[in-house]
Design a binder for this molecule. Structure first.
Ligand code: XIL
Length: 386
């Protein structure tokens, strides 16, 4: 994330960066480009290498890192297995900036034996990185980038053009200026990225939002071309859900890849989000046959946002089925040579997006609310091992 970091350093010199963090705000940590002092009545307090926070009153903990960092587990972690046994690039997890003060959570996340790859859940999205037209803020994203770098973890940038989490200004500028805004955003932010996120409706038609409505489907080519120009080394992905197995949406994505390739537009991979439902996950063979249609086109694929949710409350039977379901997805990635890795959409139910998005559902991750491994974890291990 060299470009991301360099720009963040420059931004930290600019006057619009506030001088002091508010109570409970971040005030330090590797990659943090924001203020390092706190408002009166609060003290900048070290939480971990990546997060210091303005706590009320005087400091109660040391402001220097603890002397003994958490030791990586021996060779049994998911990332170690994915690389050594399954020939993958990584096994990874999403995370988010508000989770970093949680030292018990970070101890597992930073363990390279478990996770060799990190995706920022929110802090590299457009509303975070370009809140006003032409005003960029990489402070949050850079904290995640530094976290990954410090732990030897690959970073997947996520995302550049998506219909959600856009700032209001993009919908208020004249249509004739949207193309330039998209190109400027991609050119300024990109390193290795989900360039296009969720471009299709479930029936395979184009999702209508500001970029499609202003530019037609050509917005995809524009963003990919700008991303390649910004960083020729970045792997450029289109990412979507409900394309994991065959159907109208997967067909639309396959056709898009073929069209882009025919027009010499750069496209390196397709992200299979894989937000799935316990008991509705097919056998590995259904994923494999679909994914091989994509890799046959000469591109790679990745499982980018895996979680498998259930209707609460969890039961022993549901957790056992979830173990089977995780096993199916990870086995499929293992079987497809050009499936480069699996990323779970945060590793623990403590920070899953599922309960707040899907009413009555949850328990979608392989670690529970108390950061304890669930049967699903064993399903992943078995898939990577056998
Ligand atoms: C989700 C985040 O996890 C939430 O914290 C946020 O409130 C909404 O977005 N598909 C994607 C991700 O590509 O960016 C979404 O992440 C989940 C669905």
């Amino acid at each position: 994330m060299a470009k991301f970091s360099a720009l963040a350093s420059i931004l930290s010199l600019l006057p619009f960066v506030v001088a002091q963090s508010q109570e409970w705000g971040q005030c330090g940590g590797e990659g943090w480009a924001g203020p390092t002092t706190c408002v009166a009545g609060t003290t900048c307090t070290f939480m971990n290498d990546f997060y210091s926070q303005c706590l009320p009153g005087a400091a109660t903990t040391t402001t220097t890192p603890p002397s003994t960092p958490t030791a990586p587990a021996s060779g049994s972690g998911l990332n170690t297995l994915a690389k050594a046994n399954a020939g993958k690039l990584y096994f990874g997890s999403a995370t988010d900036n508000p989770e970093l003060p949680d030292t018990a959570y970070v101890a597992i996340l930073q363990n390279n034996a478990q996770f060799g790859q990190i995706t920022p859940g929110n802090s590299m999205k457009w509303d975070a990185t370009e809140p006003s037209n032409g005003v960029f803020d990489f402070s949050g994203g850079d904290v995640i980038a530094s976290f990954a770098k410090a732990n030897g973890q690959i970073l997947r940038g996520h995302n550049l053009a998506w219909y959600n989490q856009l700032p209001a200004w993009i919908n208020t500028i004249p249509t004739t200026e949207v193309g330039a805004a998209l190109t400027t955003h991609v050119t300024t932010v990109v390193d290795a990225w989900d360039v296009i996120n969720e471009p299709f409706n479930d029936d395979g038609t184009w999702r209508e939002y500001v970029f499609f409505n202003s530019l037609g489907s050509n917005y995809v080519s524009m963003a990919l071309t700008a991303a390649r120009a910004a960083d020729p080394a970045a792997k450029l992905y289109i990412n979507d859900y409900n394309i994991e197995t065959a159907g109208a949406k997967a067909t639309a994505m396959l056709n898009l890849v073929k069209e882009l390739q025919a027009a010499n537009i750069p496209i390196d991979g397709i992200g299979m989000e894989s937000h799935l439902i316990v008991g509705e996950v097919p056998a590995a063979s259904s994923f494999i046959s679909n994914w091989e249609q994509f890799t046959a086109l000469g591109i790679e694929i990745a499982v980018t946002e895996l979680d498998i949710r259930m209707t609460l409350p969890a039961t022993t039977a549901l957790l056992a089925q979830q173990q089977t379901d995780y096993n199916s997805v990870v086995s499929a990635c293992k079987a497809v040579a050009k499936c480069v890795g699996v990323t779970i959409w945060d590793y623990t139910d403590k920070y899953s997006w599922v309960p707040s998005t899907f009413s009555g559902q949850g328990e979608a991750c392989p670690w529970d609310l108390n950061l304890v491994e669930k049967p699903a974890y064993n399903g992943i291990v078995a898939a990577l091992t056998t």
